[in-house]
Write a protein that binds this ligand. Structure first.
Ligand code: FES
Length: 321
């Protein structure tokens, strides 16, 4: 079985994340947020059905701990995230979601594959969780609608735990922890179009809608200071920790919580163009946030950035809400 290289999957995920970020940066307006919320509802539904398909299999029903934890994922998504997104859809003037024929067929095909083959089902679920969370992560840091951003952040915080449960289940059915490259090429090639249809941002159409209020720029220090110290943690807004980094003459602002296990990045260090987390040595490109080296266990994701600007030697950052 030829497997997909880890780099290829990283690249795919990075592209997906960046396309979400670009979508948010274009200020989707109210109508855009409606589409975003609608898409999240459909994706949530896909995740819940995939988990259901997996726990309906006798292989997992025989292991109470895994069965219980998978049930917990369904419960959380249905009772918390799904319900909240549903309420938000009402607040935005929508009434839940609409699933068109193409999506319904796609979803049926995925769910049937998951029901038929436990290994495939779990790998599909794992990938779905990853890509679903990619959309949440982009919204958590880039959405300028405060409620959407908070809700996305809440959902994103579960990622680590959920993926771990699926990895445990995979191990239980005899597949070593996939560590990204566990997906075979055939499955990856089959999945790529599905995930691009399902989890990509909606069409970039500027369909108007009132612009939403955006946050103010906040002072993070002077350019001289950032260059001198290399990196500096600042609190922006009420509580958001931002790590401002000087690299190659540029200034970049990162979320301070590491995408691996949320250790604070400001305890880490800069090494040339790389930012190293002290938690478990995940290493990021200090300009783009891309993962250069995964941590010593598990996986890191692209470290989110915040908008940053320099004016008259003063560095400003803003969190979108
Ligand atoms: S928390 Fe950063 S590497 Fe683990």
């Amino acid at each position: 079985m030829s497997t997909v290289s880890r780099e290829k999957i990283d690249e795919f995920e990075y592209t997906l994340y960046e396309s979400w970020v670009n979508w948010f940066q274009r200020d989707p307006g109210l109508y855009g947020y409606r589409r975003y919320v609608q898409q999240r509802l459909v994706e949530e539904m896909a995740v819940v059905q995939l988990v259901r398909a997996a726990i309906g299999r006798p292989e997992l029903m025989g292991e109470p701990d895994i069965y219980h934890k998978m049930g917990w994922i369904v419960d959380w998504h249905e009772s918390s995230v799904y319900r909240r997104f549903f309420v938000m859809s009402r607040a935005l003037g929508l009434n839940g979601y609409k699933v068109n024929r193409q999506i319904a067929e796609l979803m049926d095909a995925v769910i049937n594959a998951a029901k038929g083959d436990i290994r495939q089902g779990l790998l599909l679920l794992r990938a779905a969780l990853k890509y679903c969370h990619t959309g949440y992560r982009a919204a958590a840091y880039w959405a300028n609608n405060r409620h959407v951003a908070q809700l996305a952040y809440l959902a994103y915080q579960r990622e680590e735990d959920e993926v771990k449960v699926v990895d445990d289940a995979l191990e239980y059915v005899g597949i070593a922890r996939p560590d990204r490259a566990g997906m075979d090429l055939v499955l990856f090639n089959a999945l790529t179009p599905i995930f691009f249809d399902f989890f990509q941002p909606p069409e970039v159409v500027d369909d108007g809608g009132p612009p939403l209020p955006v946050a103010e720029w906040e002072r993070a220090g002077t350019l001289d200071e950032i260059r001198r110290v290399g990196k500096k943690m600042v609190i922006v807004g009420l509580w958001r920790e931002v790590l401002v980094v000087g690299v190659d003459g540029d200034v970049v602002a990162f979320e301070n919580w590491c995408t691996h296990e949320r250790d604070p990045l400001h305890y880490g260090y800069l090494q040339g163009r790389q930012l190293v987390c002290l938690g478990h040595h995940a290493t990021f490109d200090a300009k783009t946030g891309r993962v250069v080296l995964h941590p010593n266990h598990g996986e890191a994701r692209t470290q989110p950035r915040y908008p940053v600007k320099v004016e008259n030697g003063v560095v400003y950052v803003k969190v979108p809400w």
